[in-house]
Write a protein that binds this ligand. Structure first.
Ligand SMILES: C[S@@+](CC[C@H](N)C(=O)[O-])C[C@H]1O[C@@H](n2cnc3c(N)ncnc32)[C@H](O)[C@@H]1O
Length: 251
């Protein structure tokens, strides 16, 4: 994927979501020990450093920094990093965010206890995703955690756009137009996460009725979206975003 494609995404009117995703909040609540407030009785994983790979506008970096974690972020888009750094300094937070490529992380071995990959590794080819996982493994401590989301082959968008590789398409619509989208099945997930032991895996499905104005909901790129209500059709929840949410430990 070209660096400039993501700069274009962030330079258009779109700057991303301004709140952390439910999945990252849930992962943190379930598995990471608190850094501020009540922590004495918290038996979850004690974390020194967190890396958010493909951090975008920094929404998860901000979330972790606000909760007292020592957090780092990298993204291939300089525009995204500019937005993230503006947000971090406006909120007077401490976080280390810079331009970087997931394929060659500029950090020492075993530097992070947790790596977040939220909607990132499905935006590169499968071979690059596998290469990137080796880098993630390298920078993770023994028994370090990853939290990763991957778009599933069950998604309504699957098959839309120019196919550039097996299960890999160039998005044709929506704010991410022009970027690579790979859709994962379970076999590929198993292959991708070699060297990790999965301790939490969920398939999240958000369904949209195709007859309504989902155009304005968070489904900008769905192929069957209509801008009008067609009451001649039956109510049919046939559009869905389908994404794997996975938490795993380095073995
Ligand atoms: C869908 S966005 C997700 C952003 C963020 N993780 C979030 O959840 O808001 C995908 C991000 O991955 C970044 N990205 C894509 N390829 C990358 C690469 N090879 N190295 C680092 N970042 C990359 C993009 O610039 C973009 O910010």
């Amino acid at each position: 994927m070209k660096k400039n494609t993501w700069n274009e995404v962030y330079s258009k009117n779109f700057s991303g979501m301004w709140y952390p995703s439910e999945g990252v909040v849930k992962f943190t609540a379930r598995y990471l020990k608190r850094k501020i407030g009540i922590k004495k009785y918290d038996i979850k994983k004690d974390v020194r450093r967190i890396l958010d790979v493909g951090c975008g506008n920094g929404r998860h970096v901000v979330f972790f920094a606000e909760h007292g974690y020592d957090v780092y972020g990298i993204d291939i888009s300089s525009k995204a990093i500019e937005i993230a750094n503006t947000w971090i300094s406006m909120n007077e937070l401490n976080a280390n965010v810079k331009v970087g490529n997931i394929e060659k992380l500029r950090f020492d071995d075993e530097y992070f206890d947790v790596v977040i990959l939220h909607e990132v590794l499905d935006h590169v080819t499968f071979s690059n995703a596998k290469k990137s996982m080796n880098e993630i493994k390298r920078v993770l401590t023994a028994n370090g955690y990853i939290y990763i989301t991957l778009r599933s082959t069950e998604d309504s968008e699957f098959g839309v756009g120019e196919e550039v590789e097996h299960n890999t398409f160039i998005l044709q619509n929506g704010y991410e137009k022009g970027v690579i989208q790979h859709y994962f099945d379970l076999e590929e997930i198993k292959e991708l996460l070699e060297g990790f032991s999965i301790f939490d895996i969920e398939l999240h499905e958000e369904k949209f009725p195709s007859i309504f104005t989902v155009y304005k909901a968070f489904s900008q790129s769905s192929r069957k979206c209509k801008k009008y209500i067609d009451i001649s059709k039956h109510f049919d929840m046939n559009l869905k975003y389908s994404r794997w949410h996975i938490a795993a430990e380095k073995t």
